[in-house]
Ligand binder design. Sequence first.
Ligand code: URA
Length: 236
Amino acid sequence: MKRLNKFISDSGVCSRRKADDLILNGSVSVNGKVVRELGTKVNENDSVSVLGKVITNELKEYYLLYKPREVISAVKDDKNRKVVVDLIDTKARIYPIGRLDYDTTGIILLTNDGELSNILTHPKNDIPKEYLAKVKGFFKKEDAIKLSKGVIIDGSLTKPAIFKLKKYDKKTDSSYVKVIITEGRNHQVKNMFAFLNYDTLKLKREKYAFLTLGNLKSGEYRKLSLKEVKKLYSLK
Ligand code: URA
């Protein structure tokens, strides 16, 4: 038996706190009956529905995928392009934690654990994400300082970040820049470079919190260990 709010958050629908709100406002039924008591306990044989939809309590799964280019960070795509969950062999209803652009490669986590997903994407938890970007031209020191301190994107200041030139390739007139950001706004790295007129030619996420790609090749994945999952939970 487990508490109803935990059953709901374990199913990936929302956080435990949000589940309490849904229970209190009469959006949750157990075996066809609306339940408003927060202390209600259920087991796996009970049929729980939220906003009219039955939810299941499948086992939690956690994957680390090396996302290739030309794959969408979603569960399905309306244009029928390949999506990240297509690359993982499971029957569980997993989804990506956050997003990488269609042409961005690198580390992305997938799970059916809504609670962990909420922890890792909540802005207050400041989860560091590290990228290697290739940008056109020479990336100037003064620009690294500006971007690291923060610039205004979509009307608000970006949080402190790290932008550091790793290498300048004279032949192709392009720079390799290490970037660490803790936010997850749409196209954030590209938009930050674009703010100072740098064109991002390539972007790869090399690290997510403490997790790296290790020996994985593009398109490969592995399960996270219990220890890694616990460590991710502790970032709250
Ligand atoms: N920033 C971007 O611009 N794109 C990504 O895919 C990730 C971060």
